[in-house]
Design a protein around this ligand. Structure first.
Ligand SMILES: Cc1cc2nc3c(=O)[nH]c(=O)nc-3n(C[C@H](O)[C@H](O)[C@H](O)COP(=O)(O)O)c2cc1C
Ligand SMILES: [Fe+2]
Ligand SMILES: [Fe+2]
Length: 405
């Protein structure tokens, strides 16, 4: 893909990974991009590299614009493989470049590469690098989403190179938000933002609010936000900032995701009855069968909904594996501002739903009871129990949702 100028003499020179569907276990149905940026100033400066498997393409993109050996500075905003994997290859072409990285980034980088011959400069929030007409300011963003993470602000271009934050896993020939509107639907982009937030940033709501407030206090004007994945925000950068504030502040739709699995169909039968009950209360709902749905997609569905109910049959006194996988992933993500419930079918002593509630409790989630458990089949007289469970849950979700209106 050809380089694109995002500000005078500042270029996107990233690569597009159209085919990646498994991004460290996160299902990326729309692929992704690894964005990096070249500042063609008096001191040529590269911000980030690309994923190791795209090193050749990334280096060719760089060489199309400058002689790589003339690169003076290399900013490493984040040491995860998708941005730093190709670093050693790039450094072969630019051995004299000085690397700018956070303290934590440096110590992590030394675990990945033999860095003894490299010029490395540790930077912290507020440190500046003058490249000629441009001034780069570094802003550490620890735990957004790794301890080493930082952003780079280019003052004279009013450009924030935001690393993973504000990114999306979305491969597209469009580079900018306004181009994306022209060539496809905007809702696909909105969906990609929520998907990324749910799967990567959900645990960091508080940090996100604090960091955005901190950046606001710096009083720096932002015309363009250039993340390291997906579309660059130039038509209305405040929109994506507001979206992040909304998501961090608990924004969700008045809907219920019923997320479950089944061996012989009974838990599925229950899920359908529950869905009907929810709908009767005027709340929209969605069934998400786990073995038919990637975990990351189910997680996004949960995140979009004010309430979610997890269902599982009992298998050998415990939980069904796909449900265990989903809930285990949730333990790290710690969803807040939503209420949870549980249900399932069993044959004799049960165990799955008990396990679910133990997990909810360990995660300190807000749950509503009672749960619903049925032995073997959903008989005619059980249908009403499922409907009522759904109605009751929907009423509680409506009540809970008022807090956020
Ligand atoms: C391999 C296997 C192991 C099971 N282990 C248990 C168990 O330990 N305790 C229990 O109460 N039911 C157990 N069951 C029974 C199921 O929980 C019961 O059939 C339930 O209705 C299945 O729900 P489903 O149709 O949604 O898969 C087991 C079933 C299978 C197939
Ligand atoms: Fe990352
Ligand atoms: Fe990334």
């Amino acid at each position: 893909m050809k380089a694109r100028e995002i500000a005078p003499d500042i270029y996107w020179i990233g690569v597009i990974d159209w085919a990646v569907r498994d991004f460290h276990g996160y299902t990326t149905l729309n692929g992704t991009t690894y964005n990096n940026y070249l500042i063609k100033d008096r001191d040529i400066t590269l911000v980030d590299t690309v994923k190791h498997s795209f090193a050749d393409e990334g280096m060719a993109n760089l060489a199309a614009l400058v002689d790589p050996s003339t690169v003076k500075n290399l900013v490493v905003n984040h040491i995860e493989d998708d941005h730093m994997g190709a670093l050693a290859r790039f450094m072969e072409l630019m051995p004299k470049a000085t690397l700018y990285i956070t303290e934590k980034g440096k110590s992590g980088m030394e675990r990945f590469f033999e860095t003894s011959g490299w010029n490395v400069k540790v930077v912290k929030t507020g440190d500046e690098l003058k490249t000629g007409k441009y001034t780069l300011t570094f802003v550490e963003t620890p735990m957004l989403h790794w301890p080493d993470s930082m952003m780079t602000y280019v003052k004279e271009a009013e450009l924030l190179i935001s690393q993973d934050a504000f990114g999306q896993h979305l491969a597209s020939s469009a580079r900018f938000d306004d181009e994306f509107v022209n060539c496809a639907s905007l809702s696909e982009l909105d969906e990609a933002v929520i998907d990324y937030y749910a799967n990567i940033l959900m645990p960091f709501n508080t940090l996100i609010k604090t960091k955005i407030a901190e950046i606001g206090k710096l009083g720096i004007p932002i015309k363009t936000i250039a993340p390291d994945h997906g579309i660059i925000w130039r038509s209305n950068p405040n929109k994506i900032i507001q979206t992040y504030l909304d998501l961090a502040g608990g924004k969700a739709d008045l809907r219920v995701a019923v997320i479950y699995d089944t061996m012989w169909g009974s838990t599925d039968h229950m899920a359908r009855g529950i869905l009907e009950g929810i709908e009767e209360e005027g709340v929209s709902s969605k069934l998400v069968k786990l073995r038919a749905t990637p975990t990351s997609v189910a997680t996004k569905e949960l995140w979009k909904s004010r309430g979610y109910i997890v269902g599982s049959p009992t298998l050998n006194n415990g939980i069904f594996p796909s449900v265990a996988e989903f809930v285990t992933n949730l333990r790290g993500l710690r969803p807040r501002d939503r209420i949870a419930g549980g249900f399932g079918s069993f044959g004799w002593s049960g165990g799955a739903v008990k396990w679910l509630y133990e997990q909810f409790e360990a995660m300190k989630l807000e749950t509503v009871g009672p749960c619903l458990e049925l032995r073997y089949k959903v008989l005619k007289e059980d249908k009403e129990k499922c409907l009522e469970f759904g109605r009751d849950f929907a009423r509680k979700v409506k009540e809970y949702h008022k807090k956020f209106e």
